[in-house]
Design a protein around this ligand. Structure first.
Ligand SMILES: NC(=O)C1=CN([C@@H]2O[C@H](COP(=O)(O)OP(=O)(O)OC[C@H]3O[C@@H](n4cnc5c(N)ncnc54)[C@H](O)[C@@H]3O)[C@@H](O)[C@H]2O)C=CC1
Ligand SMILES: O=C(O)[C@@H]1CCC=N1
Length: 265
C-alpha cells in the first residue's frame, strides 16, 4: 500500500483524503500537514491519520497531494522540495498553477500531475480533469486517476485544456446552483413555498442529470422530448432565448476559461 502525504487539507484536501480512506487506504499510511491547528486536530480525530510537519509528511511518501490555495503553493514547495522522494508522484489540485511551476521548484525529474477537482467530490460525485507534467509516466498518471477516482470520475486531458476543464467542471457546480436558485425563485413567484420549490428543483436536477448520464442521448434531444409544441416548456425556452440566457451562459463559461488562463499567468 502506498504512503500518501497531504500538504493542506481544507475543503478539497479533506474531501479527497476521506474518499481515499473510504476506498480502503489505511489511515496509518496517510500523513497530513495542515497549518490550521484546529483543523489539524479535527483531521486527526475524524480520520485517524497522522498529522505532522510538511517535511515529515513528504519524507518517504509515494504520493504527495498539494491541496493548499494557489498563492500558498510556492511557500509549501520551498519547505518540502528537498525531502520529496525521487520516485514520488506530486499531485497538485491548485487551480491555475502549471506543472512547470512545480517542476521548477522540485528536484529535476520529479513526476507532477495536475488535477482540477470540483465540490461534488464531497459526495463521491466529483469530476476531475487530470494532466501529466513533463516527467510523468502513463502508469503514474493512471495511478493518480485511480486515486482520485475514489471521489468521482476522472478524464485525462492535455494540460493546455485545463483552463477549459476549470470553466466547465471546476466552476460548473456554481452555474448549476445559480440555475437552481432561479428555479426556486420562479417557483415561489408562481405560488410555491420555498421548501417545496427546493425539493422540486433538486429532484428535477438529480433526475435530469441521471437521465442524461444513463441514456447517453444528446441534451438537445432530451430537451426536445420535454417540449410539447405550444406548451409550457416552449414558453419557458422562448423566454430564455429572448432574454439571452443561452448566450449569457455560454459567454460565462468562456469568461471562466479566460480568467483561468489569466490566473495561471
Ligand atoms: N473549492 C473548490 O471548489 C476547488 C478548489 N480547488 C483548489 O483546491 C485547493 C484547495 O482549496 P480549498 O480546499 O477550497 O481551500 P481551503 O482554504 O479550504 O484549504 C487549504 C488548506 O491549506 C492549509 N494550508 C495553507 N498553507 C499551508 C502550509 N504551508 N502547510 C500546511 N497547510 C497549509 C490551510 O490551513 C487550509 O486548511 C486550491 O488550490 C484550489 O484552487 C480546485 C477546484 C475547485
Ligand atoms: O473559482 C475558482 O477560481 C475555483 C477554481 C474552480 C472552482 N473554484
Amino acid at each position: 500500500m502506498s504512503t500518501i502525504a497531504f500538504l493542506g487539507a481544507g475543503v478539497m484536501g479533506e474531501t479527497i483524503l476521506a474518499a481515499i480512506l473510504r476506498a480502503g487506504q489505511s489511515p496509518a499510511d496517510v500523513r497530513v500537514a495542515e497549518k490550521n491547528a484546529e483543523r489539524a486536530d479535527d483531521l486527526r480525530q475524524t480520520h485517524g491519520v497522522t498529522v505532522t510537519e510538511a517535511l515529515d509528511a513528504v519524507t518517504g511518501a509515494d504520493v504527495v497531494v498539494v491541496a493548499v490555495k494557489p498563492q500558498d503553493v510556492p511557500a509549501v514547495l520551498a519547505d518540502v522540495a528537498g525531502a520529496v522522494s525521487p520516485s514520488a508522484t506530486v499531485v497538485s489540485i491548485a487551480a491555475g498553477v502549471r506543472t512547470a511551476t512545480f517542476e521548477a521548484a522540485l528536484p529535476a525529474g520529479t513526476a507532477v500531475v495536475r488535477a482540477m477537482p470540483n465540490t461534488p467530490a464531497l459526495v463521491g460525485e466529483g469530476m476531475f480533469g487530470v494532466s501529466a507534467g513533463s516527467s510523468c509516466t502513463d502508469a503514474q498518471v493512471q495511478a493518480v486517476a485511480d486515486l482520485l477516482g475514489t471521489a468521482g470520475r476522472v478524464v485525462v486531458v492535455d494540460e493546455s485544456l485545463q483552463d477549459a476543464v476549470t470553466a466547465v467542471s471546476g466552476s460548473g457546480p456554481a452555474y448549476v446552483f445559480y440555475l437552481v436558485e432561479q428555479m426556486i425563485a420562479g417557483g415561489v413567484e408562481a405560488g410555491l413555498d420555498p421548501a417545496t420549490a427546493r425539493t422540486l428543483a433538486t429532484q428535477t436536477l438529480l433526475g435530469a442529470a441521471t437521465l442524461l448520464d444513463r441514456s447517453g442521448d444528446e441534451p438537445a434531444e432530451l430537451r426536445r422530448r420535454v417540449t410539447s409544441p405550444g406548451g409550457t416548456t416552449a414558453a419557458a425556452i422562448s423566454t430564455f432565448d429572448e432574454t439571452g440566457v443561452a448566450d449569457g451562459l455560454r459567454a460565462g463559461v468562456v469568461a471562466a476559461a479566460r480568467r483561468s488562463a489569466e490566473l495561471s499567468g
